[in-house]
Write a protein that binds this ligand. Structure first.
Ligand SMILES: C[S@@+](CC[C@H](N)C(=O)[O-])C[C@H]1O[C@@H](n2cnc3c(N)ncnc32)[C@H](O)[C@@H]1O
Length: 257
């Protein structure tokens, strides 16, 4: 495998490369790591909708971290530290774990997972957006973190590869969010944990309109899953829900396989 010239640790990239299921990734030759992350999608653009296009812009990833921190503080009354502590509890993260951060953006959770799981563990961040991943790689300081360009709807890993997997603030951008939930459940080992944070639609009439509106989806590229729908998807995929917290329009849910 060619050497990576970016900040990202070559050691972690090689650990990640060993975890990738080549059949699922449709890769026969060497992995492309020229941008500092494993790129499984080549130059393919899988952006669907306006929301996705914003994620792939040059500017938004640059301002994402402070923007996300501010939004979380104002809308959810949480600090970055308290949201991370919640993520750690939901995922039951321990030293030595292999953890996957699906739709990792600029790595705002992934890098911190690297600190928690320590040098014996591995934190992998997966995202569709090359510009988000460029930020993630540039800002990465942890030797046991590796990034991957791939699709949450088609995770390139065999069943049970990870001890835990998260997907924060991203299901709403996906054309088939419940398929992403199945994929999260699939790649976690029996006994492993998953954590999801997503804007959800409640049971009321407004919730029903938002949930069922193809117009909202077509114009904005945004999909709101229903709370009950999300819970049912988790149990259907063999998970037991351990924690559910609704804060405003956002739901945090933890589940164990
Ligand atoms: C709002 S950011 C969330 C970043 C981070 N998880 C957080 O909680 O702050 C949403 C991310 O989801 C990614 N994304 C959307 N659809 C995806 C898909 N199908 N596969 C992988 N990543 C996806 C976008 O590229 C974007 O980086």
């Amino acid at each position: 495998m060619p050497h990576t010239t970016h900040h990202q640790s070559g050691h972690a990239v090689q650990k990640l490369a060993k975890l990738i299921d080549r059949d699922r990734a449709h890769i026969t030759g060497e992995f492309d790591i020229s941008a500092g992350y494993v790129n499984l999608l080549g130059s393919e653009n899988r952006a669907s909708g306006i929301g996705q296009s914003i994620m792939q812009s040059t500017l938004y990833p640059l301002i994402y971290r402070p923007w996300r921190a501010l939004g979380t503080r104002l809308m959810l009354g949480r600090s970055v530290a308290s949201e991370r502590a919640l993520a750690r509890d939901l995922l039951d993260l321990e030293v030595g774990d292999k953890v996957l951060d699906v739709a990792c953006g600029p790595g705002n959770f992934t890098d911190w997972y690297g600190d928690v799981v320590g040098s014996e563990g591995l934190a992998v961040g997966l995202d569709l957006s090359p510009t988000m991943l460029a930020q993630a790689v540039a800002g990465s300081r942890s030797p046991n973190v590796a990034y991957l360009r791939g699709d949450a709807l088609e995770l390139p890993f065999a069943d049970g590869t990870f001890d835990s997997a998260s997907c924060f603030l991203a299901l709403f951008l996906m054309p088939d969010p419940l398929r992403a939930v199945s994929e999260l459940a699939r790649v976690v080992r029996p006994g492993g944990h998953i954590a999801i944070m997503a804007p959800t639609a409640g049971p009321g009439p407004l919730g029903m309109v938002v949930r069922s509106s193809n117009v909202v989806r077509a114009v904005s590229g945004v999909t709101f899953v229903g709370r009950a729908q999300l819970a049912a998807a988790l149990t259907r995929n063999g998970l037991t829900i351990t924690t559910t917290r609704h804060i405003g329009m956002v739901t945090y849910v933890g589940a164990q396989k």
